[in-house]
Design a protein around this ligand. Structure first.
Ligand code: MN
Length: 144
């Protein structure tokens, strides 16, 4: 396995990804995986902590569990969207409620995208790379 030591791959990554998730096993899995992919990951374990961390760290993107204690991911999303600093931050919802209408509820609350749980790690990575602005990733743009 060739692992070219480069400050380049690190500098391609923007500011932190905020993982909002209350399940310890999921937190560990996501943090391990995304860290290995070069992301700086911040964690919030409930909705209230999520709002505080968002204001503190201005994340490049947010992975948002929907079912959480204190404040669910839909309510957190509405609060964030009302904040001009966070109105455009990509929010990717993660929900185990694979029910019809779930996706719509996430998008209605202001989320950018949605993945059903359990989400494949490669799908989570793809969603992050899709929604984090290419300019902040520093990669070449394949504009047609
Ligand atoms: Mn949860």
């Amino acid at each position: 396995m060739t692992d070219t030591p480069s400050s380049n791959s690190a500098s391609r990554r923007p500011g932190p990804v905020l993982l909002v998730e209350d399940h310890p096993g999921n937190i560990r899995t996501f943090v391990d995986y995304l860290s290995a992919k070069g992301f700086h990951v911040e964690v919030a374990r409930d909705g209230r902590e999520a709002i505080a961390k968002c204001r503190e760290t201005a994340p490049a993107a947010i992975l948002m569990d929907v079912q959480m204690p204190i404040m669910d991911g839909l309510s957190v999303t509405r609060v964030l969207r009302a904040d001009p600093q966070l109105a455009n931050t990509p929010i990717i919802g993660l929900t185990a409620l694979a029910m019809p209408g779930d996706r719509e509820r996430c998008l209605e609350a202001g989320m950018t995208d949605y993945l059903p749980k359990p989400a494949r790690l490669s799908d989570v990575l793809a969603a992050l790379e899709r929604h984090i602005a290419p300019s902040t990733l520093g990669g070449p743009l394949d504009a047609p």
